[in-house]
Design a protein around this ligand. Structure first.
Ligand code: GLP
Length: 260
């Protein structure tokens, strides 16, 4: 795993945007895997700026989101579709028929999840997948003990996740208890993963993910097996990494190699 430690949230977001934008410029019809949560908001702001000021073109890009709350309609203010629309889609020139967020209202969830997987396949697979990390180490909504080979499916959220995400709802009872999420296996098939984390709250789980054993108890830890995973962290989220200095050294050395 490549580990990039940035000074702060802003620098983390800009670095992530630089990598996503590079993919979009090199492959204008690329397939982006997107995430919600507070972590990628800065990345989406920066991509919006690049679109508005530098003409970064999303007209041929297709997107697949990781997850959606079960039972929430796309126009529900706490749905992940709504989040994506408000934070990114409405600000850039992506045709809405090119965006895919799991549908939280489907009746036949099993068939729908198989269909979502099929759509990703038909699109040629995901070129770059943006990931945040939950306090318990989940990616998407793959809670602890999710199979590391799992596919898109319905997951029951842990009490902790419901509590963590209740800050976006009026009251905790309003937080859905289930979500449709890409599986760990689905995420592992993407060509590149960008794991973002900021703030002291994530320091412990980041250390477990990057330097701990690979375990279904911290589903993000399986990213150690991904052939092209870049973790972009701010100083606070990186604080508990034992090899922090080495990661910074690697980045400096790589930079030297590329400029020489
Ligand atoms: C939710 C999402 C995850 C996200 C996590 C962390 O559980 N399903 O994709 O990574 O929240 O959220 P935040 O970025 O707000 O810390």
């Amino acid at each position: 795993m490549r580990v990039i430690i940035t000074n702060d949230y802003d620098a983390m977001s800009k670095k992530a945007a630089e990598i996503v934008a590079k993919t979009v410029m090199e492959k204008p019809d690329c397939v982006l895997g997107l995430a919600t949560g507070s972590t990628p908001i800065g990345l989406y702001k920066e991509l919006t700026r690049m679109h508005k000021e530098q003409g970064l073109d999303f007209s041929k890009v297709r997107t697949f989101n990781l997850d959606e709350y079960h039972g929430l309609a796309p126009d529900h203010p706490q749905s992940y579709y709504y989040f994506m629309y408000e934070n990114l889609f409405k600000h850039i020139n992506i045709p809405l028929q090119n965006v895919n967020v799991p549908n939280g209202l489907v009746k036949d969830v099993k068939a729908y999840c198989a269909h979502y997987e099929e759509m990703i396949k038909q699109a040629g697979g995901i070129d770059i997948q943006v990931l945040g990390i939950g306090g318990d180490g989940h990616i998407g909504f793959n809670e602890p003990s999710s199979s590391l080979g799992s596919r898109t499916r319905l997951k029951t959220l842990t009490e902790q996740t419901v509590k963590d995400n209740s800050r976006f709802f009026k009251k905790i009872e309003d937080v859905p208890k289930f979500a449709i999420t890409m599986g760990v296996g689905t995420i592992m098939e993407t060509r590149k993963c960008l794991l973002l984390a900021n703030g002291a709250k994530k320091a412990k789980v980041v250390a477990q993910t990057v330097e701990g054993p690979i375990t279904a108890q911290v589903t993000a830890s399986v990213l150690q097996l991904h052939p092209d995973c870049v973790a972009i962290l701010d100083q606070e989220a990186a604080a508990k990494l034992e090899r922090k200095d080495y990661y910074a050294y690697v980045e400096r050395m790589t930079h030297q190699l590329t400029v020489e």
